[in-house]
Design a protein around this ligand. Sequence first.
Ligand SMILES: NC(=O)c1ccc[n+]([C@@H]2O[C@H](COP(=O)([O-])OP(=O)(O)OC[C@H]3O[C@@H](n4cnc5c(N)ncnc54)[C@H](O)[C@@H]3O)[C@@H](O)[C@H]2O)c1
Ligand SMILES: Nc1ncnc2c1ncn2[C@@H]1O[C@H](COP(=O)(O)OP(=O)(O)OP(=O)(O)O)[C@@H](O)[C@H]1O
Length: 513
Amino acid sequence: MKRANVNSKGNTNNLEQENGVKEFLPVANLEKAVKEIVEQPNVDGIEDPLVEFSEAMRTVGKVLRQAAEAKAAAKAEATEWKRKYELERERNRELECKGPTFSEQKIEDSTQNLKNPEIAENSQKCCGENGICSHEVLRDRGPDSYPNVHSKLTRKASFKLQWCSKSKKDDQHKHDIVSFEKGNITTAERSSKQISLKWETPPQTVLILTKPNSTSVKILCAEMVRWLKEKRNMNIFVEPRVRNELLAESSYYSFAQSWKDDKEIWRLHEVVDLVVTLGGDGTVLWAASKFKGPVPPIVPFSLGSLGFMTPFYSERYKECLKSILEGPISITLRHRLQCHVVRGENENEGPILVLNEVTIDRGISSFLTNLECYSDNSFVTTVQGDGLILSTTSGSTAYSLAAGGSMVHPQVPGILFTPICPHSLSFRPLILPEHVTLRVQVPVNSRGNAWASFDGKDRKQLAPGDALVCSMAAWPVPTACRGDSTSDFLHSIHDGLHWNLRRTQSFDGPRDL
Ligand SMILES: NC(=O)c1ccc[n+]([C@@H]2O[C@H](COP(=O)([O-])OP(=O)(O)OC[C@H]3O[C@@H](n4cnc5c(N)ncnc54)[C@H](O)[C@@H]3O)[C@@H](O)[C@H]2O)c1
Ligand SMILES: Nc1ncnc2c1ncn2[C@@H]1O[C@H](COP(=O)(O)OP(=O)(O)OP(=O)(O)O)[C@@H](O)[C@H]1O
């Protein structure tokens, strides 16, 4: 006799083939199942609906019992995983205090932990009120998502961001900065405080990017790669050029990984936990440009001349990397601008993300630029001069500064609107709020072309009728701080730019009586 059973969707199928607990017949559907069998005695293959029904009930009872047993077993397993996870975490803490290497076993275990639904659920809870978990910031697509990754490498390190404050009450990141309780308007909380990054699982993979053609950088890079491998057992990625340089020195460095083409570069964020830059500010810009979406935390070592965004001393790299790998790290979340070149009516190129600025200038043209500027479709002004800089607050100390723009703390959200040599007596630079979309249009009757450049690179010609559209990007660049965001900024403007350097007036001389 052919059996006709009813699954949870009310369809007929063969229950004998169903072993999984998910497929059992829910009690809520029982009534429907009975009705269907009794009322449709002519269903294909059913000879006696009552016999059929009692058999179905027996099977249902069996499956329900199995489900209850499976549930109890899953719960016991989850408790065991949780215990193992806690033990492992404790062991990691102890090991890290002693400065050891991360063993393969440890990596595998921590990956297993994340497969456990209960722990996965707990780790999701960390994306709560007190911070943003890395799962929200960096797409985590699992082990097979990056083709060249060493087979041992299984998962990106997870971390949590916290907004720190001295007072206990302020220990949360508040989006609501204005309160209007009982009709009284008050500013309640500031949105961006010092941000701290805390690793939840140890970082395993580091990408090292270096300034080219520098002997001191080359020597430091080889030393750092060796140290990270031997003392911290890290997976290391370098640029293809750097890998060749390392291999030319010794075949020892064959463990260093690289990429073949652009497609792989654009997916680096899926595997890299940390980026180290060895160079000046240009190398930080270069590193940021490699990430067109989420950016892992960047640790910039100073091997340039100015080093405004590179607070770490290369001579102390071991000490510094040790503390970064252990965390927590103070970070500056540097905003980026997202730019599109719009050609004529429809064609849209980009987006191009910049950390410093996008500049629209006259290039080699001898004519004044004539740029019509709009903010959220409202006309702002026409720039007649050498050009216009749309800068992030991180870029405020770069080209924008040279063009007379104000210096702004990098954590302040905003877009600087700084003209370059405007032929006008009253064109002061502006700072616009972060939410605006700016459009810089080359009028169709313009005498010449304009040129857009992105962090000083990749010049693109803008013909009459073309426009550049720019707004705040969704993916900031987290850079590690030596102290905190503000002390690093102040240190840079004092030491790097010699801001307000003046001899102190002497004590002796005329004074108020
Ligand atoms: N007149 C100018 O001041 C001028 C002209 C062109 C480009 N630039 C800047 O150069 C940047 C490109 O840098 P690069 O290193 O690739 O080129 P680069 O090698 O020509 O160096 C430019 C200088 O700008 C400094 N710099 C870069 N970003 C900075 C920042 N955020 N704060 C303070 N100083 C910063 C660098 O340390 C370097 O000394 C552009 O984004 C632009 O801001 C400045
Ligand atoms: N990995 C890289 N590959 C190719 N070009 C790079 C790389 N890193 C940096 N550059 C470029 O090299 C140039 C110089 O780099 P960087 O600014 O770091 O050094 P610097 O000029 O010595 O330092 P500073 O900016 O402090 O004076 C920049 O134009 C930058 O874009």
